[in-house]
Design a protein around this ligand. Structure first.
Ligand code: FAD
Length: 387
């Protein structure tokens, strides 16, 4: 269905800081609702980094509203099941139906896709001329009547409200709550994307499978509809001394970390072209999601271990609920809108943080309907509690 872009409903400017998956969807939803939005992103541009991502039906229903569902379906892999398997024997621990079952029961498809391809679709849907690269936010001052933003390149901007979608090391979170580095969870995630043609027993690889042992795991899935690229992401306990950046890893390191794992896992390691290693970072649920004209979403607000594959999904759901609250209350009543937003997001985002932390999701057969069946535009907005 074509999306109608309305003329700006009000002349107040909304600034979104960070054009990751959450910030991009936030900007698109608000722009399509007729708001005047600028997006400030520190990166000089985006490239196709080596990572995949699960996009569940809860996210696909939001993407439907902004015209991205169809193009994403056209490029993503469509697994019929999520399998969990024992690291050594290969025995099946769970078999979660997706595919046609997901469409029927959760209202949209379940995809796995290359993160860069997904991001590129979103980038193209942001209104031309409103995404500003090379804008690293250095300072933000809420005067009471507007907000002044200062960037590392010496430029400035003013906005009526500012949405901090600036990730795990958020500057806006720092302004609200003070300097505090995110917590290293004790686990790293290795990430590798490579052509599936390099796999020795290619026909034996299921489209979406997680291999589990007691203290580590490897999640494996295709990232293209043609299933010609495959991705793995791990969780492995080890000390970390590299701050919040990723570092290169190697096949040797992978062989050591997954010694004794099933031959299909060894086959993935053998076919690996490049592999990197990321610290898995988290925070406890934040007591404060907004103050004055500043509000947080996504990893800026509730970073989590990626073990439910729902971190970006929560950022995108945040964007949908925040857009609804701003539309319902208006930019002028930002304080009411932000209270309503937190009231409708805190419990769900915190629950997903907790399950992700525990790394129990779909290990054994369970009903994922509470997560995948959620529709951020259909859910009634609950009133914010009164003081
Ligand atoms: P980000 O994607 O981090 O975007 C923040 C943006 O803000 C960046 O573009 C950054 O450059 C910019 N920025 C930062 N600081 C500034 C500044 N000062 N000024 C201007 N711009 C700034 N989630 C899923 O839903 N499914 C998955 O399968 C999945 N797999 C994952 C696997 C791994 C190994 C990891 C680590 C995470 C995974 N996640 C997954 C989680 C997901 O990546 C994050 O939750 C998601 O990216 C959060 O989106 P965001 O928009 O809040 O933040």
């Amino acid at each position: 269905m074509p999306v109608t872009i309305k003329t700006p409903a009000r002349d107040e400017k909304i600034a979104v800081v960070g054009a990751g998956l959450g910030g991009a969807v936030m900007a698109i939803l608000l722009q399509q609702a007729g708001f005047d939005v600028d997006v400030y992103e520190q990166a000089p541009g985006f490239s196709r980094l080596g990572a995949g991502i699960h996009v569940g039906p809860n996210v696909m229903k939001i993407l439907r509203r902004i015209g991205i569902e169809e193009p994403l379906e056209a490029i993503g892999s469509h697994p019929d099941f999520w399998f969990s398997r024992d690291w050594a024997t290969g025995d099946y621990m769970s078999r979660i139906p997706l595919g046609a079952f997901a469409r029927r029961n959760y209202g949209a498809a379940y995809l796995t896709v290359h993160r860069g391809d997904f991001h590129a679709l979103l980038e193209r849907a942001i209104a031309p001329g409103t995404l500003h690269f090379g804008k690293e936010l250095r300072d933000v001052k809420d005067s009471g009547s507007d907000v002044h933003l200062s960037f590392a390149d010496g430029s400035h901007a003013t906005a009526s409200i500012v949405i901090g979608a600036d990730g795990v090391d958020s500057k806006i979170r720092e302004v609200l709550l003070g300097v505090e580095a995110p917590t290293y969870s004790g686990w790293v995630g290795h990430r590798a994307v490579f052509p599936s043609a390099g796999l020795k027993f290619r026909e034996q690889y299921e489209p979406c499978v997680k291999w589990w042992s007691e203290d580590r795991h490897m999640m494996v899935y295709y990232v293209t509809r043609a299933q010609d690229e495959i991705y793995y992401v791990t969780g492995v306990p080890e000390p970390w001394e590299h701050g919040i950046s990723s570092v290169p890893s190697s096949k040797e390191e992978m062989r050591e970390a997954f010694a004794g794992y099933h031959p299909l896992v060894q086959g993935l390691i053998d076919a690996t072209v490049e592999v990197s290693k990321w610290p898995l970072l988290e925070r406890n649920p934040l007591p404060l999601w907004s103050r004055g004209r500043l509000v947080l979403l996504g990893d800026a607000c509730h970073p989590m271990k990626p073990h439910m594959a729902q971190g970006a999904a929560m950022a995108i759901e945040d964007a949908a609920i925040l857009a609804r609250c701003i539309e319902a209350c208006g930019v002028g009543a930002y304080d009411t809108a932000f209270d309503l937003y937190k009231a409708n997001r805190f419990e769900r985002a915190s629950k997903v943080q907790k399950v992700s932390h525990d790394n129990t999701w779909l290990r054994y057969d369970e009903d994922p309907a509470w997560c995948f069946g959620y529709d951020a535009y259909d859910a009634p907005l609950q009133d914010a509690p009164t003081e």
